[in-house]
Design a protein around this ligand. Structure first.
Ligand SMILES: Cc1cc2nc3c(=O)[nH]c(=O)nc-3n(C[C@H](O)[C@H](O)[C@H](O)COP(=O)(O)OP(=O)(O)OC[C@H]3O[C@@H](n4cnc5c(N)ncnc54)[C@H](O)[C@@H]3O)c2cc1C
Length: 490
């Protein structure tokens, strides 16, 4: 079959490689001038800034994609395991060094509160079961209600109706430990207070298989996938935005795409890696949408957005590890402002990325390459980023200077930033969401937009907005689901 993949995020690349390997004739159509989507690379002043994902978990999913093409990961990219996976820091100076060594982990818990070690043993035991059930769902299509009915009893048994924070609170009384074992949904756009406790399995995933980094940055992995795809005959068109999915009036099937330039491309099937909301709203005429009407798309809830500053310093800050989770004094209060009130808080919790801790080649000699990410409300909130962006940036720098990186601003020699407007306009994401449809219980599995469109019979979805959801393991698994659904070329 002739297949067009709209978008080259990790979900699109995963599907494209698999489908090309299965004998189809696949073309990726990407709006931007590089592959990778949210994993875009900004290169400036000798620094190489990964724009998005940096924490790689479930590395076997990457191996599987290269293997599907008859290749090996090591032929394209070198992955290294990190230690610590990350530090979790609080303003009072407490640091939790987090890795997969059981004794280290128990000692770190003991340091915070010696009475909580037993709680961790219980949590760890229960997570084993959540992981077993949760990971079974990750690469299964949920296109029929029966797929859902089959797993409901286990989900009830595991109390999936509880939030990740409620789950962590069952085992720990100490607020710091509750935060350390519940912040994970933020990595995929979810609120720890409303994301289903199934997402607590991220801890188990990290414990079983580690946290990895691609030498050369995540961009090196994107490049590897891109090369692998063209090595097996796939075609890529960059700087080509799809303006419309063309339809056959008679049978309601997609016939191809129309680019913004007016060019028409034919296809037997379309795989949309573009934002689900915007794909339905903008690319498919309303008369072909019975389920995903404008009203339905607008009634779903969307993940938070992000404010990210990429910066290079002319000195190194060896006190900071590769990944730092920096938690402020407020947890629930802050998350309520981001997810519920959708206002810009005066304080923040940050994720700080220092890839030069692992790969010094990402910056000039003696320099460090960074990004700092702050979760912020999506554009449903009424924040005017035109006026708020600069003061917000300075506030983040001030905070880092005060607590962790003395004289930071004196040492910045390169800088760029993105805010929710980038997600809305550059990445065509509804309401500037950074992680697609919000991962709540009622927007998961069968209740999430399906991998096979419920409106157009030859339109498939991969990426953060469809099942199983955001994050590299999720979006790469969506590529596997769609590869399996379409099957081999006949
Ligand atoms: C700053 C940041 C940090 C993150 N950190 C991590 C992390 O450490 N670990 C982790 O696992 N996950 C992380 N995530 C989440 C993860 O990056 C995303 O969930 C994942 O990369 C999304 O992939 P995707 O397949 O949905 O495609 P996307 O990356 O969203 O790509 C979609 C592509 O479609 C293109 N497109 C859209 N519309 C059109 C159109 N009409 N025509 C042509 N092309 C179009 C876009 O240009 C884009 O390239 C992070 C996300 C962000 C933003």
């Amino acid at each position: 079959m002739k297949i067009i993949v709209i978008g080259s995020g990790f979900g699109g690349l995963s599907a494209a490689i698999r489908l090309q390997s299965q004998g189809h004739d696949v073309t990726i159509i990407e709006k931007r001038d590089q592959l990778g989507g949210r994993a875009y690379v900004y290169e400036q002043d000798g620094f190489k800034f990964d724009g998005g994902p940096t924490i790689i978990t479930a590395p076997w999913l990457i191996d599987e994609i290269f293997q599907a093409a008859g290749k090996q990961t090591k032929d394209y990219v070198k992955l290294v395991k990190l230690d610590p996976f990350y530090n979790i820091r609080w303003e009072d100076g407490t640091v939790f060094h987090y890795n997969d060594d059981r004794e280290t982990l128990l000692n770190e818990i003991r340091k915070i509160n010696p009475n909580e070690v037993e709680g961790y043993h219980r949590l760890s035991k229960d997570l084993g079961e959540i992981y077993r059930v949760g990971f079974e769902l990750i690469d299964q299509p949920f296109t029929s209600i029966w797929d859902m009915v089959k797993v409901v009893p286990e989900m009830i048994k595991l109390r999936s109706d509880r939030s990740v924070y409620q789950f962590a609170s069952k085992y720990f009384k100490d607020e710091k430990l509750r935060e350390a074992f519940s912040f994970h949904p933020l990595l995929i756009g979810g609120n720890p207070f409303s994301s289903t406790s199934i997402y607590a399995m991220i801890h188990e995933l990290e414990q079983k298989f580690g946290v990895w980094f691609a030498m050369g940055g995540t961009g090196a992995l994107v490049r590897g996938f891109g090369e692998c795809f063209t090595d097996i005959g796939g075609k890529i068109r960059l700087e080509s935005e799809v303006a419309e999915i063309t339809m056959n009036d008679a049978n309601g099937k997609a016939t191809g795409v129309k680019l913004k330039s007016g060019e028409l491309l034919e296809a037997d099937a379309i795989v949309a890696n573009s934002d689900v909301g915007r794909t339905y709203l903008d690319l498919i005429p309303a008369k072909f949408r019975k389920k995903y009407t404008n009203k339905k798309v607008k009634s779903m809830t969307y993940s938070m957005s992000l404010f990210v500053i990429y910066f290079g310093t002319n000195r190194k800050y060896e006190n900071m590890a590769h990944h730092e989770i920096i938690l402020g004094n407020r947890y629930k209060g802050l998350l309520d402002e981001i997810f519920v009130d959708k206002t810009l808080a005066d304080d923040f919790s940050l994720y700080l990325h220092r890839p030069t801790a692992t790969d010094p080649n990402l910056a000039p000699d003696g320099c460090d390459c960074w990004y700092v990410l702050s979760p912020v409300p999506n554009l449903e909130g009424a924040i005017d980023w035109k006026t708020e962006a600069e003061p917000y940036k300075q506030k983040i720098y001030e905070y880092l200077e005060k607590h962790y990186m003395p004289d930071l601003r004196k040492h910045i020699v390169s800088e760029t930033h993105i805010d929710p407007r980038h997600f809305e306009t550059t990445l065509n994401s509804y309401l500037g969401n950074a992680f697609g449809v919000e991962p709540t219980l009622f927007q998961s599995a069968w209740l999430r937009p399906h991998n096979l469109s419920e409106d157009v019979p030859n339109l498939y979805f991969v990426g953060a907005g469809t099942h199983p959801g955001a994050g590299l393991p999720g979006v790469m698994s969506s590529g596997k689901i769609v590869g399996n659904m379409i099957g081999k070329a006949v």
